[in-house]
Design a protein around this ligand. Structure first.
Ligand code: ANZ
Ligand code: ZN
Length: 836
């Protein structure tokens, strides 16, 4: 395989020159197909994980193109943000320089991968041509009241010196640098994503997305049906409202709990007898994150507000009031009625502080009361100990009790508004001007973009203000309304803003007049297939859905969901099965592999090494197998070429090329004088076409490659039966996986190469269903419940034979590595599962 370098660069050049991957907005007779992979951070070099994201995804795009779709597969860089800035700080160069240099290097690497990107649509988010439209969207949101400013307690990372969104805090630590988060109160800009809470929830239903991703969004939005109930403070005539999902348990409330930040506490201060202790408790909890506070295992802490009591609206009972950090200020009303008999957290708290526990729900009327509860009963049931309400069932009781005490039913969402202010340099400046007279005003649209000034000193300030505040020239401006001196907002936007709409811009990437032309977006969107990491299950994917709905309401879009189908790729682990990391020394360098084995071998191996959605350990020996496979394919096709004259097919059917010929190729692949082995091979060929097609469509690249390997094996065995046409079909099936080799061989097979017609613009082979319909079926092979392989076997095969054939497969032997399986389960007509 010595000449792969020559082949690669030759065809990459030829493809570029011919522009075969350039997506025209409209091609007669073809349907548009928008294929998208999540764009990368320009973090430095492409690592093998990038390759795994991008190369197999390209196989899918290539299939769609050959199937006759007008495919757009764009690429870009998510170029603003903390990683770039932190790295630049470490290396003492400017983030812009650092970022653009990385983009250059990564572009070259991406090009070398041989993916079918339309480079003319490249997007780089840190350029003003792009982020101008971030600012424009901000202004539109502000005009609609969906961008607003408020003083908000925020997660502050003392190391990154910035506020983080809740989503960027993992177990109380900064997602980027793992430093413990502090809480600070700062003026912040927020986007009102909660305005779309219900629609964001409902819309999930119809999406062709992984179920677990939809579930994560559902939980993130966190819809709860409940009620707002008013208690009254006995000592003052003040109401306290609580949010509860179980108004039916109101008679079981034995105390109230307020969040330590609850605003009433300060009003109550003169009444609180133990104020010093209360204040100390408030101070202590103030720097815990919400995550810390919600940890179930965490021991409950709290403090009674001595001298303050409330009256239960249902039975007039006087109850004590506590504060505790297990009640969050940001959810519901920041106050709860505690029903320890029926809520686990309340139960733990009441046990800790020896507060009364009163059961008011029983699961069945016959059961009656248990003597003493050992844990909370949180299920539905019949009311007891509840006066006139006794005997009602939960569902009805919720409504009846709420009405009886003058409360109101309420739907509550866990979803919070999206905090987008960042006190950092490397992001989109928030386009707002503050005037003493006129307040906060959006920058007039004609003045956009507000360019990020080229600061020499871009380090974050200790006081939490953005570095932009140190630049007088940027800071000082005039009020767009009254013309008096005013100041600019100096924070920049969360970079998730950039990625919340980039998929729209690809449809019209160079538009300087508008965010995009409505008609162009209409031609391409929604995205038909979106591929990217599962780590984006909530943030990016939720924000993108939010922006889409907003822009729809602005009249710019005619659809409500941006990504019709979504798939996640798995993660590649080091050869040792551990997460790849420099410190472990198990990082696989794709460049070295490409140098040694060539791009196509690397692509093929990435496709073959595991189920795409699963990922798994890198198998260093596997790549050699892929390289050899390609070598054998070369040999076979050359032989087929040489045998052309003997077989005499050239004259009768020619080599498939244009559309009319393609129709013949099914029958032409094997000559009419075919013998037994010819027939067998022909059947396998058609079975392989079917399998490879379906597998790629389902992103099961590994089993598709395995089918190609089987086909190649058989073709080698029946060498004399392999016609030139058959080799051509084989090449087409191989083309999405190994685009350079397939092209090289294709041009040889076709021989009429001027002007060159690329294999990647050829029609995808079709199979003849009649030919496959033998008495056979596709047996799926699982190892420990995960699909690892599949192959065709006769329908009347015995269980013993099916198991035997399965155990003989290379794909299975890898997993057994010499051991005997614990169990082999056969489901007739469907699958074999090997339990190791
Ligand atoms: C009384 C009660 C009785 C409750 C019972 C539950 C069971 P979800 O489903 O998450 O919406 N709650 C309300 N606001 C809270 C806050 N700010 N911080 C912490 N907890 C809060 O949960 C709603 C329930 O969580 C509410 O219903 C309230 O406890 C508590 F047998 O009220 B419940
Ligand atoms: Zn003004």
């Amino acid at each position: 395989m010595a000449n792969f370098k020559k082949i690669e660069s030759k065809w990459q050049k030829a493809w570029r020159k011919k522009g075969i991957y350039k997506a025209e907005d409209e091609v007669r007779g073809k349907k548009n197909f928008y294929h998208l992979v999540m764009f990368p951070y320009p973090s430095g070099n492409l690592h093998i994980g990038h390759w795994y994201n991008f190369a197999p995804a390209d196989i899918f795009a290539r299939l769609k193109r050959m199937q006759g779709a007008n495919v757009m597969s764009p690429i870009g860089f998510d170029a603003f943000g903390l990683p770039a800035e932190n790295a630049a700080l470490k290396q003492g160069i400017h983030p812009e320089k650092w970022t653009l240099a990385n983009i250059k290097a990564m572009t070259k690497q991406l090009e070398s991968m041989g993916n079918s990107y339309d480079w003319s649509r490249l997007i780089i988010t840190c350029l003003p041509e792009y982020y101008k439209w971030n600012q424009w969207i901000f202004v539109q949101l502000m005009k609609k009241g969906l961008a607003y400013r408020k003083k908000a307690p925020a997660n502050w990372c003392p190391s990154c010196k910035t506020v983080l969104a809740n989503e960027q805090v993992v177990e109380g630590r900064c997602e980027r640098c793992s430093t413990q988060i502090e809480r600070r109160t700062i003026d912040q800009w927020l986007f009102k994503i909660t305005h779309y809470a219900e629609e964001l929830l409902r819309g999930l239903e119809h999406l062709d997305w992984p179920e677990r991703t939809k579930l994560m969004q559902k939980n993130w939005i966190g819809k709860s049906e409940g009620a707002l109930l008013k208690f009254r403070i006995t000592e003052l005539d003040l109401p306290i409202e609580v949010f509860t999902t179980r108004p039916d348990t109101l008679f079981g409330a034995t105390y109230l709990v307020l969040a330590p930040e609850h605003e009433l506490i300060h009003k109550l201060k003169p009444r609180i007898k133990n104020w010093v202790a209360v204040e100390e408790y408030i101070r202590k909890t103030s720097h815990l994150t919400e995550e810390d506070r919600l940890k179930d295992a965490a021991k409950k802490t709290g403090m009674e507000l001595k001298g303050v009591t409330v009256k239960n609206p249902a039975n007039g009972e006087i109850l004590p009031v506590w504060i505790s950090d297990y009640v969050l200020a940001s959810y519901g009303t920041g106050a709860i009625m505690a029903v320890p008999a029926h809520d686990e957290r309340d139960f733990a708290f009441a046990t800790e502080f020896k507060l009364p526990i009163r059961q008011v729900i029983v699961s069945s009327q016959a059961d009656g009361l248990s003597e003493e509860l050992t844990e909370a009963y949180s299920g539905d049931g019949y009311l007891v100990n509840s006066g006139k309400m006794n005997g009602l069932y939960t569902e009805e009781a919720k409504r009846v009790v709420t009405e009886a005490v003058g409360g109101k039913l309420k739907t509550q969402y866990r979803l919070r508004d999206w905090l987008i202010s960042r006190q950092r340099y490397w992001g989109t400046p928030i386009p707002v001007i503050y005037c003493k007279e006129c307040g906060a005003l959006p920058v007039p649209e004609n003045d956009l973009p507000i360019k990020l000034p080229p600061l020499k000193d871009f380090k974050p300030s200790d006081d939490g203000r953005s570095p932009l505040a140190r630049n007088e020239k940027f800071l000082k401006t005039k009020c767009p309304k009254c013309g008096k001196p005013a100041e600019r907002e100096t924070d920049t936007m969360d970079t998730f803003v950039d990625s919340s709409w980039y998929f729209l811009r690809y449809a019209d990437p160079n538009n300087s007049e508008a965010i995009f032309e409505k008609e162009k977006v209409k031609k391409w969107l929604p995205v038909k297939m979106y591929i990217g990491g599962a780590e984006h299950a909530v943030l990016h994917l939720l924000y993108s859905r939010f922006f889409t709905k907003f822009l729809r309401d602005e009249g710019l879009l005619e659809f409500s969901e941006p990504f019709q189908a979504l798939r996640h790729q798995g993660i590649i682990l080091g050869p040792d099965g551990q997460k790849m990391s420099k410190s472990r020394g198990n990082v696989v360098d794709p460049d070295a592999l490409v140098r040694e084995f060539g791009v196509d071998a690397v692509r093929l191996h990435l496709a073959f090494m595991s189920e795409y959605s699963q990922g798994g350990p890198w198998n260093p020996s596997g790549i050699l197998g892929s390289a050899r496979f390609l070598e054998r394919a070369v040999k076979l096709c050359s032989d087929a070429l040489r045998s052309r004259s003997h077989r005499g097919v050239e004259a009768s059917a020619g080599v498939p090329g244009n559309k009319t010929e393609a129709k013949n190729e099914i029958n032409a692949a094997v000559s009419p004088r075919a013998g037994d082995s010819d027939k067998k091979l022909e059947r396998l060929l058609h079975q392989t076409i079917k399998k490879v097609t379906e597998d790629i469509e389902n992103l099961r690249f590994n089993t598709a490659v395995s089918a190609l390997m089987i086909l190649l094996n058989e073709m080698e065995k029946e060498r004399t039966a392999v016609s030139c046409d058959m080799a051509a079909i084989f090449l087409k099936l191989l083309a999405p996986f190994a685009p350079h080799f397939a092209e090289e061989l294709w041009q040889k097979v076709r021989k009429r190469s001027k002007p060159f017609a690329s294999i990647h613009a050829e029609e995808w082979p079709r199979y003849n269903p009649a030919l496959i319909k033998e008495n056979s079926f596709e047996l799926v092979v699982q190892v420990n419940g995960k699909v690892r392989d599949s192959f065709i076997i006769p329908a009347n095969i015995s269980e013993a034979d099916a198991k035997k054939l399965t155990l003989e497969r290379e794909s299975v032997k890898i997993y057994l590595s010499g051991r005997e399986p614990k169990r082999v389960i056969y489901v007739p007509g469907r699958l074999v599962n090997i339990v190791i």
